[in-house]
Design a protein around this ligand. Structure first.
Ligand code: C2E
Ligand code: CA
Ligand code: CA
Length: 606
């Protein structure tokens, strides 16, 4: 393949390269006259050979001339040493000059030999055939003189030179096209090619091959916290450490930003691959010293093995990716082998993803709203919009599809659909009260969309909704994962006048720093913290403590999961002024809520 490409590129680049070398022409003519040359004459006609020898000697160069009278003899002599020039007659007994050319051109060691075909007659078609077969020139015997030969030799030399330079530039271009410029590692293309070929050679052996995907954990943090230059430097160091630990029976490639691939060949057992993975994890364990900063790193590694789990690059890559995803999910800093059931889960996920796409297109989502109630007088304070998926008469809860929507980025579109509909609904419920709030859940993924604040602003404007009545709910994990860009999105939404609530508080880190560092105005205490009937004092103490802490930061509190009068009483006691829960209402479609809460004109739904 390498040679084929080279010759294709050669033709394309010939005129370009000519400009590069044209100036050396004079020098080369001089060289042709100075140097000692090995010349082979292949001609069955004794007189013609004698004449050619005389002409060659008339030149200033020192020639060592060997002779042959047939093609077979000529080829035999040709193979005995290197010749600078072969002058062959076209018409020879048994085999002609073209056959000789073809044999010589197939011999790579002959690449720098000038091949000239001679003929007694002027024949354009024959001349072209000879050139196509690889001759550098075709000269009628009567025209042969030293200057004519010299020109043919220098032309051929110019061409060798060009080919050399083109080969060099081709090699450079190939390197650029196949390697990552930051780390010098192979890129995805080369990784793919290498793995494909390695699989082919493993099909004939009993050995195994492993595809290992490595994803650096939390690289985004490093980039965001210290900037891209340091991030790049860090990646280079990571690569260096891994590269130094490899044995040489593999290819190591950069597949994307912080994602790397290894294809390990000639393994006897799967353990060989897991040993490499463990070695990599151990290597990363020692902090990196980048621009005077100590950076801790870890990686999530996914492994798939040929032939056990897959027989094509596509399958092995897909399975290594799934296994890597699993390693991340299990808490990062570990390696996972692909297992069959992951494939089933993967297929189910893939199916669901497609169904969600259809759901969006076919408007199968609806919003339910759960009232938020003021504990002082049990009046309506606002709503939380909660999505439902309605398909084939069944209603699916968001827990079954939001995580998949987040993994596939579909949450971007679904989330926008929610925002649009909730704001529109808020506008329609204006008559219920000017200050009535509408809470909308935002996924962490949505925060990476820097156009989100503008999208929200346009909707508020369009529906004439006061931003203060819209509250976006974020979970603590969303805040934890935040990059600088995401923090900017939160701040921008807050600066527009919308409120930010921290959802499910008490389930994760429950960190005070999040409450202080982000523009949060409301904290929602998770429903799991509502004590059940025979709950111990400890549980009551926990919710009391959290409520006191939130009060001390002068933030509003919403108690979730109020299912009983006891819950309501407890909230009142703890000065949790706003609550949601089945004790009042389950999330309901807007129509049902209007029946309950609104005094609408009788013909509203006509
Ligand atoms: P969440 O934001 O914590 O929503 C509250 C969940 O608690 C809702 O479940 C609600 O139906 C349920 N709930 C309300 N009152 C009670 C109660 O008294 N007892 C009990 N046991 N549960 C109660 P739902 O609607 O199934 O939503 C589940 C989660 O899905 C939500 O939790 C939220 O994280 C996510 N979600 C819902 N809609 C959206 C959305 O539009 N976008 C995003 N990103 N996530 C959403
Ligand atoms: Ca919520
Ligand atoms: Ca919640």
């Amino acid at each position: 393949m390498y040679q084929e490409l080279y010759y294709l590129d050669f033709i394309k680049c010939y005129s370009f390269a000519k400009q590069l070398t044209g100036n050396d022409q004079v020098e080369r003519v001089e060289k042709a006259e100075r140097i000692h040359m090995n010349i082979l004459l292949v001609d069955s006609d004794d007189k013609d050979r004698e004449r050619l020898k005389r002409i060659l000697k008339s030149g200033k160069s020192r020639c060592l001339v060997d002779e042959a009278t047939t093609v077979n003899e000529g080829l035999q002599v040709f193979n005995s040493k290197h010749y600078d020039l072969v002058l062959m007659d076209f018409y020879m007994p048994q085999r002609d000059g073209i056959e000789m050319l073809l044999e010589i051109r197939n011999d790579r060691s002959a690449a720098s030999t000038t091949l000239i075909v001679t003929s007694t007659e002027e024949n354009e078609t024959l001349a072209l055939n000879c050139l196509h077969a690889g001759a550098h020139d075709f000269i009628v015997k009567s025209d042969i003189c030293w200057p004519r030969l010299r020109r043919a030799i220098t032309n051929a030399e110019t061409r060798f030179d060009l080919e050399g330079k083109l080969l060099e530039s081709y090699k450079n271009a190939k390197k650029l096209a196949e390697h990552d410029s930051l780390t010098g590692l192979a890129n995805r293309y080369l990784f793919d090619e290498y793995t494909k070929n390695a699989i082919l050679s493993h099909e004939r052996s009993n050995n195994k091959l492993a595809v290992v995907f490595i994803d650096i954990d939390n690289f985004k943090f490093i980039n965001d916290a210290y900037g891209h230059d340091l991030g790049d430097e860090f990646l280079k160091q990571v690569v260096e450490r891994i590269r130094n630990s490899l044995r040489g029976n593999e290819i190591f490639a950069r597949l994307g930003g912080d994602e790397f691939g290894l294809t390990l060949t000639n393994l006897r057992t799967n353990q060989d691959a897991s040993r490499v993975a463990k070695r990599i994890l151990n290597l990363l364990d020692k902090p990196f010293d980048v621009e005077d900063k100590q950076i801790k790193a870890s990686a999530s590694i996914g492994i798939s093995v040929f032939p056990d789990q897959g027989k094509s690059t596509e399958d092995l890559f897909k399975f290594a990716d799934i296994a890597m995803y699993r390693a991340k999910k299990l808490g990062k800093n570990q390696a996972c082998f692909f297992e069959g059931q992951m494939q089933e889960q993967f297929s189910a996920r893939y199916k669901l993803e497609n169904q969600l796409r259809t759901a969006l297109r076919d408007k199968q989502f609806i919003l339910y709203y759960q009232p938020v109630i003021d504990t002082a007088d049990n009046t309506l304070k606002g709503f939380e919009a909660l999505i439902r998926w309605c398909v084939d008469g069944k209603l699916y809860s968001p827990d079954t599809f939001i995580p998949i929507a987040e993994q596939s980025n579909l949450i971007m579109d679904i989330g926008r659909w929610v925002i649009e509909n909730a704001i529109e609904q808020r506008a329609q419920w204006q008559h219920l009260g000017e200050d009535l709030s509408m809470a909308i859940n935002l996924s962490a993924v949505q925060l990476s969309d820097t156009t989100l604040p503008r999208f929200i602003a346009r909707l508020l404007e369009k529906h004439q909704v006061n931003p203060r009545t819209i509250e976006f709910e974020l979970t603590e994990t969303a805040l934890l994962e935040n990059s600088t860009a995401q923090v900017l999105v939160i701040n921008e939404i807050h600066n527009m006048g919308c409120r930010i609530a921290l959802d499910d508080f008490g389930t994760g880190f429950s960190s005070v720093s999040h409450l202080r560092n982000f523009p949060i105005s409301t904290v929602k205490i998770d429903k799991s913290l509502m004590p059940n009937k025979n709950s111990a004092k400890k549980e009551i103490a926990l919710i009391s403590g959290l409520a006191a802490m939130i009060h001390s930061l002068e933030l509003e509190i919403i108690g979730e999961g109020v299912e009983s009068l006891e819950h309501l009483e407890l909230c009142r006691q703890l000065k949790i002024h706003n609550v949601q829960g089945y004790f009042f209402d389950k999330p309901l479609p807007s129509y049902d809520l209007e029946q309950r809460y609104c005094r609408l004109p009788a013909n509203h739904y006509v």
